[in-house]
Design a binder for this molecule. Sequence first.
Ligand code: PLP
Length: 498
Amino acid sequence: METYLPSTHSCREPILPNAQELDTAADRLLEELPREGVGLTGVTHHLTKHVLPACNDSSLSPHYYGFVTGGATPAALMGDMLATIVDQNVQVHLPEETICTTLESRTLEMLLDLFHLPRETWKGRSFTTGCTASNILGLACAREALLRDKLVFAGYGFADASIAELGFLEACLQSGVKGMQVLAAMPHSSVTKAAAVVGIGRQQVKSVSLAEAPWEFDMYQLEAALDDGVRRGIVSIIVAGYGEVNTGRFVSNLRDIRSLVNRYGSAWIHVDAAFGIFARVFSKLDGAHSMADVAGWAEQIGYADSIAGDGHKLLNVPYDCGFFFTRTANILEQNLVNVAPYLAAPPISGPPIPSPLNIHLENSRRFRALPVYATLGAYGAAGYKDLVKRLILHAREIARVVYRHPAYELLPVEDGTEEECISRVFMVVLFRARDPWQNQLLRERINATGRMYVSATVWDGKPAVRCAVGNWRVSTDKKGTDGWGVVEEVLQQVGGML
Ligand SMILES: *Cc1c(COP(=O)(O)O)cnc(C)c1O
């Protein structure tokens, strides 16, 4: 049987399937439910011969720099396969029947350790399906906390002082709150989506960006918006990006934002740290790692009320993994508790682990902690420092090639020497062709080589391409199939045509 199985150890070029492979797959896909199935052997043949060749190598190739993708470390892949085989339903804490909830809880603690976040501060923790779900939890907790205080002030008992209990409309009517706004600087689109889902509304997401560095807050505008909110009875949620998705840059002044919030009364600070939280694998003491400056970018995250992060990006576990941290577990429970006699956890001795179904969006859920446990166990804190450092250095080599080539412009355009500009790069490289006509075609030209893949975006009103380095297999060497030399060759070749 002729089969195609994607290899985790060699790069496929081209990275995308060709038109013929896609057509064949589309022609051969089952069109309807077969009356008699083809059996396991038949379907295996179909999947390996027709379907897999028509999938792209977005998570397998180190030179797929689209979106922020990541891959799966060998240990994560093994953990994920085992999670599928044992197929635990991680919803009710049943420590006398399965270890899965205990392992999930332990894994969340290990993640906090990885990011140098104190366990005693971040007591509300959960695994999610991804950072969008984590942002939904963030805005749901914010909404709940902001109105809880006002409802208690209006005379409600603690148990009823809740949007989850009363509903948004009733809670606003009873508390006298006239509205809710989300204040952000270039938020990820999923923040807007989260605002839509939790009933705040897309139109209430307001941009308060600094003109010359739009990933940062304009503190005058932010203060004006908070002040305006207080005067009009509107409560505010501040969403800070760690990092902004085009540039990889971080909101740098969470401490100042916290003092502003304290001055204007209640507001909740949520950090969308989908990939930026990985700057915290370094600590400021890591002089030898030469990544102390990167550690500094995410240093102030402790001023947040909640943090959203992604597992399936830089942690390099397979898709279907994000995480969420907040200061209290009970705000999650207030939102998400799921009451049914048949789902009640029996009384147990041992550490008090909340039943996941009371602090998550889902009831039945995958054992998504297992691949995380496996990869953290296999590589440890040191392994992740090495990995994230490798991603950053690889991205910076790409940035240097772009910086030095006359046909390209490294973005955002800022003052400074070459070294200074390069040292601001985390793991996303944003650039364009200087010639505006050629710039329209830049992404297509790069991707047409089949050797690397970038995604399109718009920066400053003009097209740009972004190169997000997220796969564990990238190398800091120039040479070799995983090195940045491949990128240099492609950029020189395309640059020569511009
Ligand atoms: C990817 C991303 C998200 C959304 O995460 P998903 O895992 O795709 O749901 C949110 N915010 C930022 C900054 C991201 O990069």
